[in-house]
Design a protein around this ligand. Structure first.
Ligand SMILES: [Zn+2]
Ligand SMILES: [Zn+2]
Length: 433
C-alpha cells in the first residue's frame, strides 16, 4: 500500500499502466491546439474501459461518458497540452520533442505544467470507477481538454456543443500539480486561482528617419513609456488586498533589425491583468487601456493605438459545498496530515468556464466545481531543495513552467488517482450522498 489506509482497494494495481501512460505522454508532449497524439492515446484508454468516447470536440478535445444508473453526473477534467519549454530535468524519459513555432521554426516542447500527470491520473481513475460500478450510481464523464495554456480550449469545447453531446455535469472536478510534497493535496477556502485578461496593444506611426524624429510619431517610445507606467496601476491605484497584477510580458518593435536609423512604424505590447475578483479585473483592464492611450496622447505627434483582448479567464472559485465534501473524502483517504490549505495564487485557468461561471457559454449556471492542488515533489527532491523550512524550500524548488519542473512519478500518480477516485465517490457513492 503506497497511499493512505482509507483509499479504495485495487488502486495500487493500476500504477504500472498509469505510469506507462504518463511516461509516454511525457516523452511526446504537444503544444496547445496540436494535441493530436495525446488525445488519441487518452481516448483509446477510455474506449478500452467501456466509455462512449467523442473525439475532435473543439479542436482535439476528448469527451467520454459512462452511464451507471440514477444519480448525479460528475465530470473529471484534465488538460492535453504542453509548453514551448526545453526540458532540463536530466531524467531518462525527458522530452526531446520539437514542434513548429509561430514562425515555422521548431521550438522545444515539454510537459512543464504537469498536464501529463493530470491525464494519467484521470485515465486511471476512470479505469477504477469503470471496474467498480457496484460502488457508485450516476454518470461518469471524463474530458481531455486541449489548449488550456492559451486559455482557449474550454471555450472551444463548449462552443462545439460539449454539454449537448454528452450528459451535462452536475459537478466538475479537477486537480493541478504544484511544487509541494508529493503525497499531499491542498484545498482553498475561497478563490484558488486568479482570473485574467490578456491584451494586445498596438502603437502605429508612419516611420521616418532617425535624424528627423520631430517629423514622425514614435510607437516604440510610447510603448516603452507604457511599460514603465503600467506597474503603477497595481502599485498606486489598487488596494493591495485585491491582489491585482499587471504584467507587460512582451514588446516587439522596429522594422529593420540591423540599422539604427529608422524610426519604427509599429510596436506591439502584450499585457496580462490578473486579479482575485471580477470587479478588480474589470477595473484593471480599463486602467491598462487608459494608460496606453494616455502615453500615446502625451506625444506632440501621437501614434495610433489599438487595444484588443486576446484571452480572458474567470476567477477559479471552487464551490464551498462540493469542496467541503471532497476535502473530507481526501482526509478520510489520506489522513488529515496529508490534506493542507492553499493560498489563492495569481496563476490562471479556463476551468471556471466548465462550471456555472461559464453559464453564458453553455446555459447551465448551476454546475458546481471543485479544484484542488496535487503535490508533486518527491522526498529526494524536497530534501535537496535549498533552505530549511517549507517556505524556503517552496521558493527554491523548480515550479510549473520551469524547464526543471519534475513531478515524482509514483507518489504523484498514486495520490492524484486516489484523490480523483475518492472525490468522485463523494458525489457518486449513494452512501456518501
Ligand atoms: Zn501551465
Ligand atoms: Zn497547467
Amino acid at each position: 500500500m503506497t497511499v493512505g489506509g482509507g483509499v479504495p482497494p485495487g488502486l495500487d494495481a493500476l500504477l504500472p499502466s498509469t505510469a506507462e501512460l504518463y511516461l509516454d505522454l511525457h516523452r511526446h508532449p504537444e503544444l496547445s491546439g496540436a494535441e493530436e497524439r495525446t488525445a488519441a492515446r487518452f481516448a483509446e484508454r477510455l474506449v478500452a474501459d467501456g466509455f462512449r468516447v467523442l473525439t475532435g470536440v473543439g479542436g482535439h478535445g476528448v469527451a467520454a461518458e459512462l452511464a451507471n444508473g440514477d444519480g448525479p453526473a460528475v465530470l473529471l477534467r484534465a488538460e492535453l497540452d504542453a509548453l514551448p519549454v526545453a526540458e532540463e530535468t536530466g531524467v531518462p524519459y525527458a522530452s526531446t520533442a520539437t514542434a513548429p513555432g509561430p514562425d515555422g521554426r521548431p521550438v522545444p516542447v515539454m510537459h512543464a505544467c504537469g498536464h501529463d500527470a493530470h491525464l494519467a491520473c484521470a485515465a486511471a481513475a476512470a479505469r477504477w470507477l469503470a471496474a467498480h460500478r457496484d460502488r457508485w450510481r450516476g454518470t461518469l464523464l471524463v474530458v481531455g481538454q486541449p489548449a488550456e495554456e492559451t486559455l482557449s480550449g474550454a471555450r472551444a469545447m463548449l462552443e462545439d456543443g460539449l454539454y449537448d453531446r454528452i450528459t451535462a455535469p452536475d459537478v466538475v472536478l479537477a486537480q493541478h500539480t504544484a511544487a509541494f510534497p508529493a503525497g499531499m493535496v491542498a484545498h482553498a477556502d475561497g478563490p484558488l486561482m486568479a482570473g485574467s485578461v490578456t491584451m494586445e496593444v498596438v502603437f502605429e506611426g508612419d516611420g521616418g528617419h532617425a535624424a528627423t524624429p520631430h517629423l514622425t510619431a514614435d510607437p516604440l517610445l510610447a510603448a516603452a513609456g507604457a511599460v514603465t507606467r503600467l506597474p503603477a496601476v497595481a502599485a498606486r491605484e489598487t488596494d493591495p488586498a485585491e491582489r491585482l497584477l499587471v504584467t507587460a510580458s512582451s514588446l516587439r518593435a522596429g522594422d529593420t533589425g540591423r540599422t539604427g536609423n529608422v524610426i519604427a512604424t509599429r510596436a506591439e505590447l502584450r499585457v496580462t491583468v490578473r486579479a482575485l475578483s471580477e470587479a478588480a479585473l474589470v477595473r484593471g483592464t480599463a486602467a491598462v487601456e487608459r494608460v496606453v492611450r494616455a502615453e500615446a496622447a502625451s506625444a506632440a505627434l501621437p501614434p495610433r493605438v489599438t487595444v484588443r483582448e486576446l484571452a480572458r479567464s474567470g476567477v477559479t472559485r471552487p464551490d464551498p459545498g462540493v469542496t467541503t465534501a471532497v476535502r473530507a473524502a481526501h482526509q478520510a483517504a489520506f489522513g488529515a496530515a496529508r490534506v493542507t490549505g492553499w493560498p489563492a495564487s495569481s496563476a490562471t485557468e479556463d476551468f471556471p468556464l466548465l462550471t456555472g461561471a461559464g453559464g453564458h457559454l453553455h446555459g447551465r449556471p448551476g454546475i458546481r466545481g471543485a479544484y484542488w492542488m496535487l503535490g508533486s515533489v518527491g522526498p529526494t527532491q524536497w530534501a535537496a531543495a535549498p533552505g530549511s523550512g517549507p517556505a524556503e524550500k517552496f521558493r527554491g524548488l523548480p515550479h510549473n513552467h520551469s524547464p526543471r519542473y519534475l513531478p515524482s512519478v509514483r507518489l504523484t500518480l498514486d495520490t492524484g488517482t486516489a484523490a480523483l477516485v475518492t472525490a468522485a465517490l463523494a458525489q457518486l457513492d449513494p452512501a456518501a450522498r
